[in-house]
Design a protein around this ligand. Structure first.
Ligand SMILES: [Zn+2]
Length: 90
């Protein structure tokens, strides 16, 4: 299970998912052995009937770039190649 991408992957060599990355709907479809439509309906039930209308976050250009910069800045700590590159560029 991959939290960040909300996907799942099965490493079994004889899995019916055939090494394909699964999103939430696909996961339910395989787990419940049902059609995609049934999986969607099941997921709708799980969240109480109707899917909530997502609140569209309106961000200014500066806010978007600030968010992206913060995200990438934080990922530098986990990336050895990025740290090496930054060191090489002083
Ligand atoms: Zn499997």
């Amino acid at each position: 299970m991959y939290y960040k991408t909300h996907t799942a992957y099965c490493f079994s060599s004889n899995c019916p998912t055939h090494g394909k990355s699964l999103d939430v709907i696909d996961f339910v479809m395989h787990k419940e052995s049902c059609s995609k439509h049934e999986a969607i309906e099941l997921c709708k039930q799980l969240i109480g009937g109707e899917a909530p209308v997502p609140k569209v976050e309106q961000l200014t250009r500066t806010a978007v770039l600030t968010k992206m910069f913060t995200y990438f800045k934080n990922t530098v700590y986990n990336s050895k190649p990025a740290q090496e590159y930054l060191r090489s560029r002083a």
